[in-house]
Design a protein. Structure first.
Length: 477
């Protein structure tokens, strides 16, 4: 049994801004179910929801500040959560990282440096809890200084650092290092300096024992200039300790057999019942109710990263084909406007909802025939996995986690029953259009289509599978 300290700046359902929270809420639970002793360390934000009692653990003097550690639990589990309580830094309303206007809190460097220093005190058992982790697992830039600080400790635990999205690096002006009282041993170009800036994420990339990211393909992509954001050289240098592990999905929340948010439940054995959801979706959006043509669904942020521009550039041609599109999301105002215009011009073919609605997201997953996800980059991605679970065939670009979780429908994969969707290579409107055509043509082959649905529904995207990979990693340290 390993003792694991899981250091994160967000965890669902305590607090969430993105995918990191989903991982931090699910992976520790899956590891605990594999009988590991895991504890989560997270800042005690004003907006953090606690479940059950919060008890006082201890007070520490860290970097000339008095910090309290409090304890609560993850709901529906016995996992202890230790809260770093320092109101001057964490008792802000709303989002952990930005204010109401979306501007980063001006003292983010100080806030998360203090969080990292407290993590080191916990990791070295200087909080007198008679609990010393074997492994400290840190996530994204907010906890990336932990491996750097631990590198200066004698007889330290092993460190793992996970990159959830390399686009966010925690870059600050060079003079921040003095404000933070950072040890001089860490301040050089092979350490935390990055082009005369201070880089938090380099703390994890340079000093951790193992680096992971959220898919094998993304692990390769971040070693290239297109995806490396200037860190590709360092990541290539650390390639021997870098690997990718696909995130799992919440198999209870996303399960067509028991989903209470859809019109009718179904399984791989009762796939014909899925049509009820398609009918419900068509009715809800006043689209012609028919099963003769495929219904394409899209849920996501309407931004260039998600390939929405490619959809817009090919939409005239796509809407000339026998198909329907239902879209849910929000993002860049110009993209929202263009999509709404199409919905007004072609009310029989495309329906657009701006915003986010959890119940509708479930109905779109259940009621669509094809799920559109033409991302330019996607470290892991979740909806392509939800879709396969719901017998909805994902149409994706070959990047990141999409490349690792969707098997393209080509003659060989159709023959050996491994095909689960449609994959295109180039980030262009033309390539996307070709894939949409392929999907529309194959839809008429109901036998092949149903086999692909069953292939996808039978795949194991559970967190247990991912947790076993992490456990192997910990054990090999």
């Amino acid at each position: 049994m390993k003792k694991i300290l899981f250091v994160t700046s967000e965890a669902h359902p305590l607090i969430k801004t993105g995918g990191l929270a989903d991982v931090s809420g699910s992976l520790p639970k899956a590891l605990a179910e594999l009988s590991q002793d895991i504890r989560i360390l997270i800042p005690y934000y004003q907006a953090l929801k606690t479940f059950g009692n919060v008890r006082f653990v201890c007070s520490l003097r860290v970097d000339n500040r008095n910090v309290n550690i409090l304890e609560t639990r993850m709901p529906e589990s016995n996992i202890l959560v230790w809260l770093v309580d320092y109101p001057a830094f964490f008792n802000y309303p709303g989002n952990p990282y930005v204010d109401e206007q979306g501007n980063a809190w001006p003292n983010n460097a100080e806030r998360f440096a203090l969080f990292c220093r407290v993590a080191v005190e916990v990791a070295m058992d200087r909080v007198y809890q008679d609990w010393r982790p074997d492994v400290v697992h840190c996530n994204d830039w907010q906890s990336a200084l932990v491996p750097a600080f631990l590198s200066l400790e004698h007889d330290r635990p092993k460190t793992v650092f996970t990159i959830h999205n390399l686009a966010y690096q925690g870059l600050f002006p060079a003079d921040t290092a003095a404000t933070l009282n950072l040890p001089g041993q860490l301040l050089h170009p092979e350490g935390l300096e990055f082009h005369s800036l201070l880089s938090f994420i380099k703390g994890g990339l340079v000093y951790s024992d193992r680096i992971t990211t959220v898919s094998p393909t993304y692990a390769l992509e971040i070693q290239t200039p297109d995806f490396g954001y200037g860190l590709e050289g360092l990541l290539t240098h650390r390639n021997p300790v870098l690997s990718g592990i696909i995130n799992g999905i919440d198999m209870e929340q996303w399960n067509p057999e028991g989903d209470t948010l859809i019109a009718r439940n179904y399984t791989a054995a009762t796939l014909s019942a899925k049509k009820t959801n398609k009918t419900e979706l068509q009715k809800r959006f006043s689209l012609p109710v028919t099963d003769q043509i495929p219904l394409f669904g899209l849920i996501g942020r309407l931004v260039e990263q998600k390939g929405i521009d490619m959809i817009l550039d090919s939409l005239d041609e796509i809407l000339g084909m026998p198909l329907q599109i239902v879209l849910l999301g929000s993002g860049e105002k110009s993209m929202e406007r263009k999509l709404m215009n199409y919905a007004q011009l072609y009310p029989e073919k495309i329906a657009v909802t701006i915003g986010y609605d959890e119940a509708l997201a479930h109905l779109i997953e259940a009621g669509s025939d094809v799920f559109l996800m033409p991302s330019r980059f996607e470290p892991c991605g979740l909806n392509q996995m939800y879709s396969q679970r719901y017998g909805t065939l994902p149409l994706v670009r070959r990047t990141g986690g999409l490349a690792d979780t969707v098997v393209d429908a080509v003659p060989q994969t159709l023959a050996d029953n491994s095909a689960t969707g449609f994959v295109f290579n180039e980030a262009s409107a033309g390539s996307l259009l070709e894939a949409v055509k392929r999907a529309a043509i194959l839809y008429d082959n109901s036998k092949a289509w149903k086999q692909m649905q069953i292939n996808g529904m039978n795949k194991d995207f559970s967190w247990e599978r991912s947790a076993k990979h992490y456990l192997d990693l910990y054990q090999n340290l």
